[in-house]
Design a protein around this ligand. Structure first.
Ligand SMILES: Cc1cc2nc3c(=O)[nH]c(=O)nc-3n(C[C@H](O)[C@H](O)[C@H](O)COP(=O)(O)OP(=O)(O)OC[C@H]3O[C@@H](n4cnc5c(N)ncnc54)[C@H](O)[C@@H]3O)c2cc1C
Length: 383
C-alpha cells in the first residue's frame, strides 16, 4: 500500500517542488543536447538531495529508504537522467562506503559526498573476458582495464572501482583451485595520470546523464584504498545493488507516472470529430490499463523499500520491483505515446517520446530484466 503518512507527504512535496521548478524546465533541452547541466547537480547538493543517504553526523540527511525513493520518483517524473545521477551517487556509492568503508574513510569521504563531490560506481566491463585488473607492486596497485557505461563516470570526483586484485586458493570438491580475488577500490583523485574518461554520446535514452567509458592504464592506487575486506568486492556489490534496484524501480515508477499524466493531458485536449479523444472508449481503455499497471509497480516498489527499512532480506523483492517497474514503465510510456498518435514520435515535440526512450533503457541499467529473472528464480528455487 502506498498511502503516505504526513512526513512522507512533506518529503514528496519538497521533492516535487524542486523537480518541477529546477529540473523539469531544463529536461527537454538537456535531452536534446545530450549533455547534463552541471548547475542541476549543484542545486541538488544545495537542496540536500545528493546527501540523502549520507548519515546526518556526516552532514547528510540520513534518509530512510521510503524517503529516498519518494525523492527519486519525483526527480524521475521530471527527468530520468537527473534521477539517475542522484540515485547512483546515493544508493550505490554512498551506501557502499557507509556500510563497508573504514571509519577514517567514512569520516573523510562521506561529508564531501553530501557537500559537493559526485560519486560513480564502476562495475560493468567493456570486455568481461579481459576484466579490469589491479596488480600489486610496492604497496600500490597498478590498474589496467576499461569500465563501460559508468553513470557519473565522466564527472565523478569519487569512484568506487571493482577490479581483480589477485588470486586466491579455495577448496572445491576436496581440491584446491585458484579463483580471482575481486575487490572494491576507492579512487579519489579522478584526474590522476592513468585514467581517461569519455562520455558515451548517441544513447537512445537517459541521454543527458553523464555516462561514460573509463580507461585505466597504469593508474596508481595505494593498496590501502581497498574498501572493506580485500576480496569482498562481489559480496559488497551484490549487497548495495539490492538497494540500488529499489532506487531504479522508483525511477521507473516516476517515468511511468509522468507518462500517465502525459497521456491524460493529451487525451483530454486533442479533439477529433468534435470530441476530446478521451471520450473514445479505446483511448479510455489504454488510460485505464496504464494507470492500473503504474499503481501495481508503485505498490511493489514501496513494499520493497518498506522491507528494506525493516531490515528484511530484500534480494528477491528488489529484483522483482526492478523487473516489474522497468518493464511497466516501458509498456506505460509506449501506450502513452500511442495516445499521442503521430505527434508522439516527433523528437522533442511532447515529453512522451523522451519518456518512451528513457523507459526502454531502464530495462537494461542496474541489471537487465533477464538478470533480475535469474535472481528471482534463484531465490524462489532455493526457498
Ligand atoms: C544509461 C546506463 C547507465 C549505466 N550505469 C552504470 C553504472 O553506473 N555502473 C555500472 O557498473 N554499470 C552501469 N551500466 C551498465 C549496465 O548495468 C549494463 O549495461 C547491464 O547490466 C548489462 O550489461 P552489459 O551491457 O554488459 O550486457 P551483457 O551482460 O553483455 O548482456 C547482453 C544480453 O545478454 C543477456 N544476458 C547476460 N547474461 C545472461 C544470463 N546469464 N542469462 C540470460 N541472459 C543473459 C542480457 O540480459 C542482455 O540481454 C549502465 C548502463 C546504461 C545503459
Amino acid at each position: 500500500m502506498t498511502d503516505l503518512n504526513g512526513h512522507l507527504t512533506d518529503i514528496r512535496n519538497w521533492a516535487r517542488d524542486f523537480a518541477e521548478n529546477e529540473v523539469a524546465p531544463r529536461a527537454a533541452e538537456m535531452d536534446r543536447a545530450g549533455r547534463y547541466d552541471a548547475s542541476v547537480i549543484d542545486e541538488m547538493f544545495a537542496a540536500g538531495m545528493m546527501g540523502m543517504l549520507v548519515p546526518s553526523e556526516y552532514g547528510g540527511r540520513g534518509s530512510s529508504a521510503l524517503e529516498y525513493i519518494t525523492v527519486v520518483e519525483e526527480l524521475a517524473r521530471a527527468d530520468a537522467s537527473t534521477a539517475l545521477v542522484m540515485s547512483i551517487h546515493n544508493s550505490l556509492v554512498v551506501a557502499l562506503l557507509d556500510e563497508f568503508a573504514s571509519d577514517e574513510v567514512r569520516a573523510r569521504v562521506l561529508p564531501s559526498l553530501a557537500r559537493d563531490r559526485v560519486g560513480a560506481f564502476a562495475l560493468t566491463e567493456l570486455d568481461p573476458a579481459a576484466p579490469t585488473r589491479a596488480t600489486e607492486r610496492d604497496g600500490n596497485f597498478s590498474v589496467d582495464g576499461t569500465k563501460m557505461y559508468i553513470t557519473n563516470g565522466p564527472v565523478a570526483d569519487v569512484i568506487v572501482l571493482f577490479a581483480i586484485t589477485g588470486e586466491v586458493e579455495i577448496e572445491r570438491h576436496g581440491k584446491l583451485v585458484k579463483k580471482n580475488e575481486f575487490s572494491a577500490l576507492l579512487i579519489e583523485n579522478g584526474e590522476a595520470k592513468g585514467l581517461r574518461r569519455e562520455n558515451i554520446g548517441g544513447r537512445l535514452g537517459l541521454t543527458a546523464a553523464p555516462v561514460g567509458k573509463l580507461d585505466f592504464e597504469g593508474l596508481e592506487v595505494p593498496v590501502g584504498n581497498v574498501i572493506g575486506k580485500r576480496g569482498g568486492g562481489y559480496r559488497m556489490a551484490m549487497k548495495v545493488l539490492d538497494g540500488g534496484r529499489i532506487g531504479a524501480a522508483a525511477m521507473a515508477v516516476g517515468v511511468a507516472q509522468a507518462s500517465v499524466e502525459a497521456a491524460r493531458s493529451y487525451a483530454t485536449s486533442r479533439v477529433l470529430q468534435g470530441k476530446a479523444i478521451s471520450s473514445f472508449q479505446g483511448v479510455q481503455f489504454m488510460i485505464a490499463e496504464i494507470a492500473t499497471k503504474l499503481s501495481a509497480a508503485r505498490a511493489l516498489t514501496y513494499e520493497a523499500a518498506r522491507e528494506m527499512e525493516r531490515g528484511a532480506p530484500i534480494t528477491k523483492i528488489a529484483a522483482q520491483a526492478k523487473l516489474f517497474a522497468s518493464e511497466t514503465a516501458s509498456f506505460v510510456a509506449s501506450k502513452a505515446l500511442q495516445v499521442h498518435g503521430g505527434s508522439g514520435v516527433v523528437r522533442g515535440l511532447h515529453p512522451v517520446e523522451r519518456l518512451f526512450r528513457d523507459a526502454r533503457v531502464m530495462e537494461i541499467i542496474e541489471g537487465t530484466s533477464e538478470i533480475q529473472k535469474l535472481i528471482v528464480a534463484g531465490c524462489e528455487l532455493k526457498s
